[in-house]
Design a protein around this ligand. Sequence first.
Ligand code: SAM
Length: 239
Amino acid sequence: MSETSSARQLVPWQATVLTIFPEMFPGPLAVSVTGQALAAGTWRLDCVNIREFGIGRHRQVDDTPSGGGAGMVMRADVLGLAIDAALTSSPDLPRIYLSPRGKPLTQDRAKALAHGPGVLLLAGRFEGVDQRVIDARDLEEISIGDYVLSGGELAAMVLIDACVRLLPGVLGGETSLAEESFEAGGLEYPQYTKPRIWEDRTIPDVLLSGNHKRVEEWRRTEAERLTRERRPDLLKRDL
Ligand code: SAM
């Protein structure tokens, strides 16, 4: 075991989420492998309720957009206080604002984040957040896809899930990780299991042949075919 991975097991990977809906967490992250890893102390989750830093009796966190227009924008002063409070306990975490305007989340980025100490995630609501807090607190914008969610909480959960499953010991068979979609740059080959025949559909003969070399070849060809058909952009990225 390397020094870094043994050290990481002593210090849990830290996810700090700033949100106005802390009750949404851990939510789906509490089940299956991420839930087991949370219970085992492999990673830690802290939610900061942005509302606690809100203004006045109603703990207001948003206001009308400067220049006019629909909706509300989260205030820089409120978010600045919330981020600073979170940073006092974890000053070294990469700071991320989940945002449809951000760079798309990729497997490589998840892997890099999983190798670090954790993440500090700002989940936006309404029309988004005041640009000044993004600039002043040096927040990196990351998107989970080209669509608009009603809030950043689900996006934060997606990012956390993608990282936590990569932490040492979270998934049993490390070898299956190596063959997953995006690991080798493309998509994964089709998977089959028992029964051998289901609704008149059979498993490709080669997978039952016991010939490991032929199985490997078939998987590689199928993975390439699927990637070419569905995500030719991934093949271009490899060039
Ligand atoms: N007005 C914003 C825009 O057009 O870019 C969308 C705001 S959205 C309704 C509210 C919040 O949801 C955002 O501040 C962001 O935190 C989150 N969000 C929405 N879509 C997202 C995506 N694709 N990836 C990451 N976060 C997203």
